[in-house]
Design a protein around this ligand. Sequence first.
Ligand code: HEC
Length: 176
Amino acid sequence: MIKHIIAAVATLLAFWAAYHMYTLDKEVHKLDNIHRTIKASEIVVQLKKPVVVKEDLTTDNDEAAKKAAEKKSKELDRKLQALKNKAGNIAAFKVSQTYKQNCSSCHGVNGRGIIGPNLVGKSKEYILEQLHAFKTGKRKNYVMYGLLQKLDEKQLDELSGEIATFKEKWEKYNNQ
Ligand code: HEC
């Protein structure tokens, strides 16, 4: 009889233990799930954050870039207009072929001077006198001396007259 009772209790215990193990397992499984859910939500939050920050930055950058682009475009327009004006002035500032070929490389296309001095504002008489002086070697300058040997009196006279008009021309085209 006692044997039977012990056997029954042992069986019950075994069942109880098995059941307990089963519930424990379920509990663990549940906890595991919760843990996983939390982990998953963390990932979502983590993923979201940088995106949000990034979006903010992008809009900021976009605004800044837009403004910078607008500013640049305006600046370019202004520069382009200035260039057009300048090109117009240069085109309008016509010089003779003789001046362009022989003199402009040193005195500039408008006489303002590069290597050679500024010729603008000098009278025809003064210029012609200097050209004669250079050509004869009275005023010593090898560059001007050599250059003037191939130009005749008529050309010197014309050039002097032309250069003397540069001041007026310059004022006319650069005040526009
Ligand atoms: C290779 C460069 C060069 C070329 C080209 C040149 N010159 Fe000159 N010119 C000079 C230099 C440098 C001087 C200054 C000389 C000095 O002061 O001794 C000068 C001086 C002058 C002067 C005197 C200016 C003054 O204030 O006294 C006149 C005028 C002049 N050049 C006219 C001309 C003419 C016109 C031509 C074209 C036929 C011409 N030059 C071509 C370099 C040049």
